[in-house]
Structure formats: C-alpha cells, structure tokens
Design a binder for this molecule. Structure first.
Ligand SMILES: NC(=O)c1ccc[n+]([C@@H]2O[C@H](COP(=O)([O-])OP(=O)(O)OC[C@H]3O[C@@H](n4cnc5c(N)ncnc54)[C@H](O)[C@@H]3O)[C@@H](O)[C@H]2O)c1
Ligand SMILES: Nc1nc(=O)c(N)c(NC[C@H](O)[C@H](O)[C@H](O)COP(=O)(O)O)[nH]1
Length: 255
C-alpha cells in the first residue's frame, strides 16, 4: 500500500467536510465475537499489518482523532499516523480526549511526547486537547494546563458526559473539519445511540469497522453489555479485504 487506499478515497468523503459541517467518522477494530479488548480492558492486537496501516491512513484523512478518557488510561495510545512514510510530511491529527471529570493522567504518552520532542512539534506532534465539564475546578484545570495540555471546558449532558449531539459545535469552535472517533466501548455506544446533531442532521457520517478473524472470549464488547438495543440502521457501502481482516465502511441511516 503506497498511498491512501482507494476505497477510503471513494467512500470516506472527509475532503469535502467544512468547519460549518464537520465530518464525523466512528471506527473500531473488533473480533468475531464483537470484542474490542481483552479481560479488564487489556489491549489486544486485532488488526493485521495491512488494516493497521489503513487505520493510520484514515487518521491522516481527519483533522482530529477522539477517544474517551478510559481508553487513554488503559491503552496510553500515541494517536499519531506514525506508520505512514515520514517523507510525506502529513500533518498529524489533533488528539481530542473526552474527559468530563478531567482525570487526564499527566504522565500519559501523548503529553510526554509533546513535552519532550519540541523539535518535532508541528511536524509529527500536536498538543493534546482535553474536553472536560465546565464544573471542573480551576485548580485542576491549571494543573493540567501547566503540564502542557489544552483544556476545553464544556457543558455536560444529564448523564455527566460530553453530549454527542453537541460535538459538531465543539468542533466548529475549534475550527476542526473532521474527527475520527476511535472508541472505546462507552464512547462508541453513546455516539451510536445518538441519531442527530443539534441542527437535526445525522450525527455520524461514516462508520468503519475492522473485523479480525479471532475470538477473544472474556473481554470488552464494542459497546457495553445491554446497550445493544436501539442501534441505528446501517447501509453497507463497501467491504474491503485487507490481509486477514475484513474492513467495512457503512453509513448510518436516519430513522
Ligand atoms: N479495538 C479498538 O478499536 C479499540 C479502540 C478504542 C478503545 N478500545 C478499548 O476500549 C476500552 C475502553 O473503553 P471504555 O468503554 O472503558 O471507555 P471509553 O474509552 O469509551 O471512555 C469512557 C469515558 O469517556 C468519558 N466520556 C465523555 N463523554 C462521553 C460520551 N459522550 N460517551 C461516553 N463516554 C464519554 C466518560 O468519562 C466515560 O467514562 C479499552 O479496553 C480499550 O482498549 C478498543
Ligand atoms: N485499529 C485498531 N486495531 C487494533 O487491533 C486495536 N487494538 C485498536 N485499538 C485502538 C485503540 O485506540 C488503541 O488505543 C490505539 O490503537 C493505540 O495505538 P496508537 O498508540 O495510538 O498507535 N485499533
């Protein structure tokens, strides 16, 4: 694979996204028994080399990449497109963390790398941006900002979460035209259960799922148990075989 896989160009219309209407992609990798991690949330390598590389191409096609704070704590991810050839000089996606209570660990890899590699800033690294509740204390916000991250306080919904339907306006305020939401389970669930944006248009534009031919057994489902009722109707747009894995691009239908 020497460039962006053609099926992503054909079926993932992030290039036509605008600040006014950001493109929202929901994506994850799962086993045949619909698990995205092992017991206790331990990370499992599901994607083979071809689909993992495809995931990094996908990261490079979005302005930002978003995860829930539990994924940050459990996986300590980099959230970069570092499997792509450095010679391409592609701008890295902006990391966004949904973290209502600002539990963000200041020893996390994304912050450490930002702080220790100033010569790479702008080329391969972006400052982590943490979206938290507007009820977080100013002391805690200062602590996280002094450690080097940007904190963005927003109004929380009645469940104490960052409301999925308000994400487009948050992206608008941050001037981000697209976001790739990479999980985890709870974030995938709240976004899949939210049909529309505050303006009434559909919330999720694209859904991309890597299915790996393996069973995990005990582990974390792609959404938590008992939250699989009321999921949206899907149109399968394209399935691509990448090495051992099947990658499905679907669109969510508004009911
Ligand atoms: N295989 C994959 O593709 C993949 C991808 C990402 C994460 N994971 C796995 O997912 C697991 C973590 O999932 P999880 O469900 O525990 O946590 P999560 O990463 O979904 O984070 C959930 C937390 O995010 C915050 N949050 C803020 N706004 C929210 C909203 N609108 N909806 C939901 N949460 C919101 C809350 O604090 C909530 O507790 C880890 O084991 C990780 O390895 C797998
Ligand atoms: N596409 C994909 N295939 C997998 O097999 C797997 N385990 C994940 N999991 C996604 C999760 O968000 C991880 O935390 C990041 O994939 C960490 O990887 P990085 O350090 O960011 O490259 N994603």
């Amino acid at each position: 694979m020497t460039g962006v896989p053609q099926f992503l160009i054909d079926h993932l219309p992030t290039a036509s996204a605008t600040v006014e209407r950001p493109h929202i992609t929901l994506t994850w990798a799962q086993s045949l028994d619909s698990k995205i991690a092992g017991p206790g949330g331990s990370r499992v390598i599901l994607s083979g080399p071809e689909s993992m590389l495809m995931t990094h191409w996908m990261r490079s096609m979005h302005d930002s990449i978003l995860i829930g704070v539990n994924t940050l704590i459990l996986d300590n991810p980099r959230l970069q497109a570092n499997l792509l050839p450095p010679s391409l000089n592609l701008p890295p996606p902006q990391p966004l963390i949904l973290d209502p209570k600002l539990r963000f660990p200041i020893n996390s890899r994304i912050l450490n790398e930002w702080n220790t590699k100033p010569d790479q800033r702008g080329k391969t690294l972006r400052q982590p941006w943490i979206i938290c509740g507007d009820n977080v204390s100013s002391n805690r916000i200062s602590e996280v900002e002094n450690a080097g991250a940007r904190v963005i306080p927003v109004k929380l919904d009645k469940y104490g979460y960052i409301s999925p339907s308000s994400l487009p306006s948050i992206l608008y305020n941050l001037k981000l035209k697209s976001v790739m939401i990479e999980g985890g389970s709870k974030v995938l669930s709240t976004f899949l259960h939210t049909q529309s944006r505050d303006d009434g248009s559909k919330l999720i534009d694209s859904m991309i799922v890597t299915v790996a031919p393996m069973f995990i057994g005990e582990g974390i489902g792609f959404i938590p148990q008992n939250e699989d009722i009321g999921l949206p109707k899907l149109k399968t747009v394209h399935t691509e075989i990448m090495g051992k894995d099947a990658v499905m691009i679907c669109q969510v239908d508004l009911k």
